[in-house]
Design a protein around this ligand. Structure first.
Ligand SMILES: Cc1ncc(COP(=O)(O)O)c(C=O)c1O
Length: 403
């Protein structure tokens, strides 16, 4: 068991130990990790780290103490609103990640339902593919959730969503795209249901929010999903994923900034006077905000388009390579950055292939429904595709021949 040392150790030795500890981690710089890490170039990583370090000590809770942080935060939010279809009335909050953005969206919808609709224990309706963070939020916030089955193309089934709506439902929630299959739910159609039934509509674009707009700009067919879709009330988009900022960076955006009042927590019954926050956290790291600002301003539209091109080209190369391997099949549709593939050969169990690949130091995501291997593309993963395909072909052969 670790104990606090009686006296300290010098930093160079501790740094060596920290580096040593990472030895058994998967080699994300070699593209072996198709999730958790989003990496473009060493130069961009250095800029992100330096910006983070510049604001390492400041505290984003102290908006009046650190107007610099408040300004950075406002600029990042404004940039996000611009990219994600917000009009002049839109607003937003910078949060620590997808889970916090989703938590706050669910809280806003709950408090809106209590105030505007008089529903004390409101309910959320969502397709089964939405990220578990939505259930986590509902559980914390004392709300009920109905998760509905998908269509055969893995998108939300509107009729089943509609059938699950009852008099206590306040919120409808969908993904753009969802993590399990990488496909967009039919956001415009769900928006029409939200309007008809007067529901809060949250779009979870945590994964694709900073990729989809640029993939569309370079010619890929990306369906309408953002704040410009009528009836979308709120949208979450993670800057620490395809925005390429340091971890701890996400946006929760509102089509109508008036709705931000439901985030506000105000408390005055303590000796130190009034305490107000608009996020779950109290003290907030300023580093991720500075990193997000620096990365966005380094990349610009041109940089994000280039990243989208690398990812989408990479996905096409990966899909073509997989289709070349006897017995494997790419599962369609795949709208953006996620690719699923399975086995059509009874002699090749896809999870046995996954286990073989893991032995070759590839971190492999397993999808349960459908039974498949799950790959999340980002530039560093795209650069490793040739090696990946070589090992994949070997592993499939070995599983088939039981060698
Ligand atoms: C669609 C979607 N929503 C929410 C999340 C949760 O984000 P975080 O892990 O940053 O809390 C993820 C994470 O992969 C996601 O893909």
């Amino acid at each position: 068991m670790a104990t606090l040392p009686k006296v300290g150790t010098n930093w160079s030795e501790l740094r060596d130990r920290l580096r040593q500890m990472k030895q058994d981690d998967y080699a994300w710089r070699a593209g072996r990790l198709p999730l958790y890490v989003y990496h473009h170039t060493e130069e961009l990583l250095r800029i992100s780290q330096e910006a983070h370090t510049e604001f390492f000590t400041e505290n984003a809770l102290g908006r009046t103490a650190f107007p610099s942080v408040a300004n950075l935060e406002s600029e990042v939010i404004e940039i996000g609103i611009g990219i994600l279809g917000g009009g002049p009335g839109a607003g937003g909050t910078f949060t620590s990640g997808g889970t916090e953005s989703i938590f706050l969206a669910v809280k806003a919808a709950r408090d809106w339902a209590r105030k505007e609709k008089g529903i004390e224990r409101p309910k959320i309706v969502m397709p089964i593919s939405v990220h578990p963070a939505a259930n986590k939020a509902a559980e914390y916030l004392g709300m009920e959730v109905a998760r509905t089955p998908l269509r055969s193309d893995f998108r939300a089934d509107i009729e089943l969503l509609q059938a699950a709506i009852d008099e206590r439902t306040c919120m409808i929630y969908a993904s753009a795209p969802g993590y399990p299959h990488g496909v967009f739910d039919p956001i415009e159609e769900i928006g029409a249901v939200a309007r008809e039934r007067s529901l809060w509509f949250h779009v979870d674009a945590c994964l694709g929010g900073f990729l989809a707009p640029f993939a569309r700009e370079i010619g890929y067919p990306v369906p309408a999903f953002d704040l410009s879709v009528p009836s979308v009330s709120s949208l979450s988009a993670d800057i620490h994923k395809y925005g390429f900022a340091a971890k701890g960076a996400s946006l929760l955006l509102f089509a109508d900034r008036e709705h931000q009042k439901y985030l506000r927590f105000e408390f005055s019954n303590w000796p130190r006077g009034i305490y107000v926050t608009n996020t779950f956290q109290g003290t907030r790291a300023a580093g991720p905000i500075a990193s997000a600002w620096a990365v966005m301003n380094t990349l610009g539209v041109a940089g994000y388009r280039e990243i989208a091109r690398v990812i989408m080209d990479g996905k096409a190369r990966l899909a073509a390579g997989i289709e070349q391997i006897r017995g494997l099949r790419v599962i369609q549709p795949s709208d953006l950055c996620i690719l699923l593939y399975d086995s059509v050969d009874p002699a090749v169990d896809i999870f046995a292939v996954a286990d073989r690949m893991a032995k070759k130091s590839w971190y492999i995501g397993k999808s349960i429904t459908p039974k498949a291997i799950h790959v999340g593309l980002n530039p560093v993963v795209a650069h490793a595709i040739d090696d990946y395909l070589t090992d994949l072909s070997t592993c499939v052969g070995r599983v088939r021949n039981r060698k």
